[in-house]
Design a protein around this ligand. Structure first.
Ligand code: NAP
Ligand code: MG
Length: 524
């Protein structure tokens, strides 16, 4: 690929031609080999279950992408036992060797970028650039964890020496891994949000069990193969599949889990938080949950920029990003002008088979999301005004997939419940505000605090950064009003109901969450 091009969510809008030709080639290969039976990976072995489930494409439900194992409680315990057994050797390996192995895994992910990206586009319904972005981000998250480990020299720090007379004291702070780490991930960024936490847990010396969403076992299997092929010893990385409420719940209830990273919905995350608290002692619980992310546009904004950034964030990945811009607050003097632009741009978005180059919006992930969309639209049509969209697409090629038109709504009463609930669909609600203080009051009046964006003057931006309650905030960004974070540039995490650790992934303070501190005091 053209050496100078670095793929990120901020640069993906104008990729070199070669990226498309390589994606098309990988897609053709992938389509020629669909429908295999994929095992779980436990203790380095391929493990099959007696029950299976089919993984179908949300763009065409006739297409079976693969068959996967419906793992149960027994497999949960097997995987945890394998991780336990592998822990002593892995945790005592010099951290430099772990870094080398994980860099190898990141390189394999890069090598397989197009293959995994093609599978992602078919399995999740992401357009090709979003799919490639997810995969590239995974490699960068793992590399960032390696870089942090190196930069901090394995987190061994000399402390002060006690002022003793007749003795010499040395005190050393050492960060050490907890043990067996569980990674439970969502459907929408299946490689980044499995591989990112996995990379952090592994490089710090934990061994892991990863459980992907039932909608996305395939791409996570391809990720697991990268870890395996990099040469991680058997049992260090285990990959299990099956329903969250059975195998997932069995993993959560096991005393053999020493720490967990869960990324997913608020409801499941809070249930896991409470269930996990029933152990014999408190264990680290990193939760990355939902969002209801506001975009604020002031009377001084560059409206062209605002419109581009908002549409990208509202409808990228069909609104199924935790960081999607689902609420838009616009100051009265520029309201009509901006809303006209937003509607115009929305009407130009191309919906269809997400693997096709020209397509921006693919299908939503599954039937339940498709039905939710129709339910929300009925409610919004009754209580507000649908400016554009509001329909499912059922003609011709659309008839076999879960295609929903991107929807903008205004005139929705400010106390309507859909101003506060995460819909996780291509639907955004718009309100006219009299002042910026009013916009800020609405923006913060939700349980979530993940991302937020503003378009306005320097003075207004300063005010916004100070007042907004969110972990990732953007100003005047055409690349995305509330979306498009990248490790090392925009560490990603949420406040309030959007997260538990208060520290963002892909940033300075993240890796430490995967280790507990031990002080070594020695008197000579
Ligand atoms: P989800 O329904 O909460 O599922 C997340 C994961 O939890 C899946 O692997 C699921 O497995 C599993 N699970 C369900 N019940 C479980 C249980 N009782 N015990 C253990 N595991 C269980 O979320 P999703 O629909 O996949 O993803 C969308 C949500 O993720 C949105 O709310 C979004 O905002 C959030 N998200 C947050 C971030 C962030 O960084 N803050 C990033 C991306 C997404 P099954 O699929 O088998 O049920
Ligand atoms: Mg599927």
């Amino acid at each position: 690929m053209a050496e100078a091009f670095k793929l990120t969510y901020a640069t993906m809008f104008n990729p070199p031609e070669e990226l498309h030709t390589r994606f098309d080639a990988a897609l053709a290969d992938t389509k020629a080999a669909l429908g295999k039976d994929y095992a779980m990976i436990i203790d380095g072995k391929e493990v099959f279950a007696s029950e299976k489930f089919e993984d179908r494409s949300p763009a065409n439900t006739d297409v079976v992408l693969g068959t996967f194992q419906k793992g149960d409680e027994k497999h949960a315990h097997q995987a945890l036992a394998a991780a336990r057994k592998a822990f002593p050797v892995w945790s005592h390996m010099p951290w430099q060797e772990r870094v080398a192995l994980l860099r190898k895994a990141a390189d394999l992910i890069d090598e397989r970028l197009f293959k995994i990206g093609a599978a992602m586009s078919m399995e999740v319904g992401k357009n090709r650039m979003e799919a490639l972005g997810d995969v590239a981000e995974t490699a960068d998250l793992i590399r960032y964890a390696c870089y942090q480990m190196e930069k901090n020299q394995g987190f061994v720090v000399e402390m002060g020496r006690d002022p003793l007379v007749g003795y010499t004291a040395t005190n050393t702070s050492v960060l050490r891994p907890y043990g067996v780490w569980l990674v439970v991930s969502p459907f929408n960024f299946p490689t980044a949000l499995t591989g990112g936490p996995a990379g952090a847990a592994l490089v710090t010396g934990n061994t892991i069990v990863m459980k992907p969403a039932t909608d996305t076992p395939w791409v996570v299997r391809l990720l697991a193969e990268c870890f395996r092929d990099a040469g991680l010893p058997d049992g260090v990385m285990n990959y299990v599949t099956g329903p969250g409420r059975t195998i997932g719940q069995a993993l959560i209830e096991s005393p053999e889990v020493d720490g967990v990273t869960f990324t997913g919905s608020y409801d499941v995350g809070m249930k896991i938080f409470r269930d996990f608290a029933n152990g014999r002692w408190a264990r680290p619980t990193i939760l990355e949950l939902g969002g209801k992310n506001p975009g604020i546009v002031t009377r001084n904004a560059d409206l062209e920029r605002a419109a581009v950034g908002i549409i990208r964030s509202a409808f990228g990945l069909q609104g199924q990003k935790c960081s999607a811009c689902s609420r838009i607050y616009i100051e009265e003097p520029v309201y009509d002008k901006l809303v006209t632009k937003l509607v115009d741009m929305t009407n130009k978005l191309v919906i269809g088979d997400p693997t096709e180059r020209s397509v921006y919006l693919g299908p939503v992930v599954n039937k339940s999301a498709y039905l939710d969309y129709q339910r929300f639209i009925a409610d919004l049509g009754e209580n507000g005004r649908i400016l554009t969209g509001g329909k499912v697409l059922t003609e011709g090629a659309f008839s076999k997939g879960y295609f929903c038109s991107p929807t903008l709504v205004d005139d929705l009463p400010m106390d309507h419940h859909l101003w506060k609930e995460e819909m996780f669909l291509p639907i955004s609600t718009i309100a006219k505000v009299k002042s910026l203080d009013e916009a800020m009051a609405y923006a913060n009046d939700v349980s979530y605090g993940l991302t937020a964006g503003i378009y306005g003057s320097d003075e207004e931006v300063k005010w916004f950064f100070d007042k907004i309650e969110a972990g990732v905030t953007y100003a005047n960004r055409p690349q995305g009003a509330t979306t498009g974070a990248w490790p090392g540039f925009q560490p990603f995490g949420g406040w309030k109901g959007s997260g538990s650790s208060g520290k963002n992934a892909g940033g300075y303070y993240y890796l430490q969450l995967y280790m507990h501190e031990q002080i070594h005091t020695l008197i000579r």
